[in-house]
Design a protein around this ligand. Structure first.
Ligand code: HEC
Length: 158
């Protein structure tokens, strides 16, 4: 059997170029559903780690685990979540219908609340490295207050 050498037809090549151009365009402007999924997913990862720190504080304290968990929260908090709240994502469905309230997209105060969140999460990393559970508990309380402050005004009730 004589194998024919595999050659890409110009048409196939052209469509491959089109597909990658399409992928690049999709990267520049992700669909609203995708952006909403990403922000909901980020909060889920944050909540998972908040829960693990709480479990550590309520049970036997695990310094190394808490450092890791605080780092995850801090990294996500500081990762630029605001970029997931672009125009066109005020309504829509990610994993489920968005709970972001319309005011979130217009109120200047949101930047301040986000700043508090990033700052307290960073501070939690610092305190976690110190390894004193009482101090971590106090800072953890400060961090979770920033969640509530934003949710009270900018996240719709379930
Ligand atoms: C600056 C505002 C803000 C801060 C700070 C904030 N959140 Fe949220 N959070 C939101 C908004 C808005 C939504 C709704 C997002 C959506 O549905 O599009 C949300 C959604 C969530 C959700 C639901 C995710 C899902 O599955 O839809 C969880 C869980 C959550 N946040 C946890 C937290 C925790 C824990 C903190 C603090 C450690 C926190 N958030 C800090 C604004 C904030």
């Amino acid at each position: 059997v004589k194998l024919r050498p595999f050659r890409l037809s110009p048409l196939l090549l052209a469509s491959a170029v089109l597909v990658s151009a399409g992928a690049a365009a999709a990267q520049q402007a992700p669909k609203p559903e995708q952006l909403i999924k990403w922000r909901q997913s980020n909060y889920q990862v944050i909540a998972w780690n908040v829960g693990r720190i709480k479990a550590s504080l309520d049970g036997s304290y695990d310094k190394e685990a808490v450092i890791k968990e605080a780092n995850v929260i801090s990294a996500i908090a500081g990762s630029g979540l605001g970029a997931l709240y672009t125009a066109g994502t005020e309504t829509g469905t990610g994993w489920h219908e968005t709970r972001a309230r319309p005011e979130l997209f217009t109120d200047k105060r949101v930047a301040e609340l986000s700043g508090d969140f990033v700052r307290e999460a960073g501070e939690l990393v610092r305190v976690a490295n110190g390894g004193d559970p009482a101090a971590v508990k106090q800072q953890f309380g400060k961090l979770t207050k920033t969640c509530k402050a934003c949710h009270d005004d900018y996240r719709a009730k379930e």
